[in-house]
Design a protein around this ligand. Structure first.
Ligand SMILES: Cc1cc2nc3c(=O)[nH]c(=O)nc-3n(C[C@H](O)[C@H](O)[C@H](O)COP(=O)(O)OP(=O)(O)OC[C@H]3O[C@@H](n4cnc5c(N)ncnc54)[C@H](O)[C@@H]3O)c2cc1C
Length: 301
């Protein structure tokens, strides 16, 4: 029996797409094919895929909303598990529990509807809950670490564990999940009662700031670089004269130099070359080495 035949038998009923181009899923609109793109509908299906992949020695990885990745042009071998159908969100008192694939922005809207405060900072971050925990996503002084109470994960070996915020060893755009290779299944956020009107005003203010400062009309992965201590990446890039600097179809945004936008059918290679070149030029100009926030996955063509 071939691996594909085995897969179809053992993973029967699970939505699997073969040789699926990832550029249409990714916020940067670049990237080659996934060998097997899987859409589990619940954690049991997800666990079945991981178990099968481990048994057959097939590489696997998970994605949320694909808003912080660049998939290389040669694509990703093995299974890519998209969590967007695990998207249940429930509210219990001042706590929100959301599955990994729940849309982060939608989850902040649910907090607003229940007049719960603490999630306003994330109202414009276009990730999933799982991706946000993995990255310790943050903005405007807030971050996931400030509100996360606990999360459930599937370990690489297929065990389900509940981790506290302390176990996650959060740091700036860092969580312990980045080293453990576990899959976030769901997360519980501890919020506080607030005024619907004040929460809404704050979300409107932050949304307005984003629209004013970020090139949201173009494909991008948000801020390409982490904030260097004592500096802003966008400012360093701008001071190095790199606004509008372009390689292939990808360009340093004129509106926000921390963003690289796909303006003309750019490729992952364009992104990687532009990132390398910007790091080099900023280093020459300011002496500071920028560190990537965006994650680059897969194989070159
Ligand atoms: C316009 C724009 C604005 C942005 N603004 C911000 C901002 O203000 N602040 C900020 O922090 N980020 C921002 N981002 C980046 C991005 O939205 C966040 O990093 C987000 O948390 C990524 O979530 P995701 O679901 O899209 O993750 P993906 O891009 O799908 O994946 C990112 C990483 O997380 C891993 N991952 C995803 N889901 C899981 C899971 N369930 N379990 C384990 N690992 C997982 C993936 O394997 C990958 O390594 C922005 C992006 C864009 C395009």
């Amino acid at each position: 029996m071939s691996v594909i035949e085995k897969m179809l038998e053992i993973l029967e009923g699970i939505d699997i797409r073969f040789k699926e181009p990832l550029h249409s899923y990714s916020y940067t609109k670049v990237g080659g094919e996934a060998d097997y793109l899987v859409f589990p509908r619940n954690r049991f299906e997800l666990a079945r895929v991981v178990k099968f992949a481990n048994q057959e020695d097939i590489p696997w990885m998970v994605l949320g909303n694909a808003s912080n990745i660049i998939v290389r042009d040669g694509g990703i071998r093995g299974f890519v598990i998209l969590c967007d159908k695990l998207n249940n969100v429930s509210v219990d008192g001042y706590t929100i529990e959301a599955e990994a694939g729940a849309n982060l922005i939608e989850t902040t809207r649910i907090a607003l509807r229940h007049s719960l405060t603490g999630f306003e900072f994330a109202c414009g971050i276009p990730g999933s809950v799982g991706g946000a925990v993995f990255m310790n996503a943050g903005a405007y002084g807030g971050e996931i670490a400030h509100i996360l109470q606990s999360c459930k994960v599937l370990t690489k070996d297929g065990e389900i564990e509940t981790l506290s915020a302390k176990d996650l060893a959060f740091g700036y755009r860092h969580s312990a999940i980045q080293e453990s290779g576990s899959v976030v299944l769901s997360a519980k956020f501890a919020l506080a009662p607030g005024s619907h009107q004040i929460i809404k005003q704050e979300m409107d203010r932050l949304t307005h700031l984003r629209e004013l400062k970020q090139p949201l009309e173009y494909p991008s992965c948000g801020s390409v670089f982490k904030r260097p201590v004592g500096h802003f990446a966008g400012q360093l890039i701008s001071e190095a004269g790199l606004k509008g600097y372009r390689i292939g179809g990808v360009e340093v945004s004129e509106k926000h130099a921390g963003f690289m936008i796909n303006v003309a059918d750019g490729t992952a290679k364009d992104y990687e070359d532009l990132i390398e070149s910007v790091i080099e030029k900023v280093k020459e100009h300011s002496g500071i080495t920028l560190e990537r926030e965006v994650r680059i996955l897969g194989e070159s063509k």
